[in-house]
Design a binder for this molecule. Structure first.
Ligand SMILES: [Fe+2]
Length: 241
C-alpha cells in the first residue's frame, strides 16, 4: 500500500497537478491531505475539486477554516488576510460544504493526521523545532503522525525519551519509534527550496520519503498578479520563502 500525503496546496493548481503526476508514477493507492487546500493562490475551486475527486482523507488547515469564516483571520499577515477575502469570493457552495466537512484530527488505520499539533489542534500551533513536539508525541496512540502548516518538510523522531530531527529525505520506519512527519508544502514551500513538496509512505517497504517536483512557477505568478492578489505572494513562490 502506498499513501500520497499532501499539504498546504494553497490554491496552486500547477504545483498540485505536478505532485499528483509524480504520485501516479509512484502508483499511490490512497491520498491524505493535511490541510490548507486554499489561501494565497489563484485556483481555490479547482484545487478543491481535484482533492475531492481523489477521495482524499482531509483534515482542516487554518486557511481552510478562515476562508469559510470558521476561524478568525485577524492574526493572519496582511497578504494572508487579503487572499482569504479573495478566496471567499471565489468559493462555490459545494466548495464551502467540502471545506466545512473537515475534522481537525483524523485517524486512518495506523496513521494520525493533523494540520498543526495534536494538542489544541484548533489553535493551529506550529511545530518548527524539537522543543515544540513533545506534547504531540505524548498524545500519539499510533507511531506515525503526518502534519503540515510550517511549509517546511521535516521528520521528528522519538525513541524512548530522546527526540531528534531527521535531515534525511528517506526514513525507514522502525518498531517502537514514533514519527511526526511534516510533509512540506505543495503550493508555497518556505524552506528555501521552491520545488513542490509531498510525501510517499510505502507501508510494505516501511519507508517514508519526502519528494520534490518542479512546476511552472511563472504561470502561477502571472495568475496571482492577474487575479489582483498581493504581488509578494507571486514573488515568494519563486524563492521558496
Ligand atoms: Fe499553510
Amino acid at each position: 500500500m502506498k499513501y500520497g500525503i499532501i499539504s498546504d496546496i494553497h490554491s496552486n493548481l500547477e504545483a498540485l497537478k505536478e505532485v499528483l503526476a509524480a504520485c501516479q508514477k509512484e502508483r499511490v493507492d490512497k491520498y491524505l491531505c493535511v490541510g490548507d487546500i486554499v489561501g494565497y493562490g489563484p485556483n481555490p475551486k479547482e484545487c478543491i475539486d481535484i482533492v475531492q475527486s481523489l477521495g482524499a482523507v482531509c483534515v482542516a488547515g487554518n486557511h481552510d477554516w478562515a476562508s469559510i469564516a470558521k476561524l478568525d483571520a485577524s492574526y493572519f499577515t496582511p497578504d494572508g488576510k487579503e487572499a482569504i477575502a479573495w478566496t471567499r469570493e471565489h468559493l462555490t457552495m459545494e466548495s464551502f460544504t467540502f471545506l466545512n466537512s473537515f475534522p481537525l484530527i483524523e485517524k486512518v488505520e495506523d496513521l494520525i493526521l493533523v494540520h498543526g499539533t495534536l494538542f489544541e489542534p484548533e489553535k493551529f500551533n506550529y511545530q518548527n523545532n524539537i522543543a515544540e513536539v513533545p506534547d504531540s508525541f505524548n498524545l500519539m496512540d499510533k507511531n506515525l503522525c503526518f502534519v503540515g502548516h510550517t511549509h517546511s518538510p521535516k521528520v521528528f523522531v522519538q525513541f524512548k525519551d530522546k527526540v531528534y530531527v531527521s535531515s534525511e529525505r528517506v526514513v525507514e520506519i522502525e518498531q517502537g519509534v514514533k514519527y511526526i512527519v511534516n510533509v512540506g508544502s505543495v503550493g508555497q514551500p518556505r524552506d528555501g527550496n521552491p520545488l513542490a513538496s509531498f510525501c510517499i509512505y510505502d507501508t510494505d517497504a516501511e519507508i517514508i520519503e519526502i519528494k520534490r517536483v518542479r512546476y511552472d512557477i511563472e504561470a502561477v505568478q502571472k495568475k496571482i498578479i492577474d487575479a489582483g492578489l498581493p504581488g509578494m505572494l507571486a514573488y515568494r513562490i519563486s524563492i521558496g520563502m
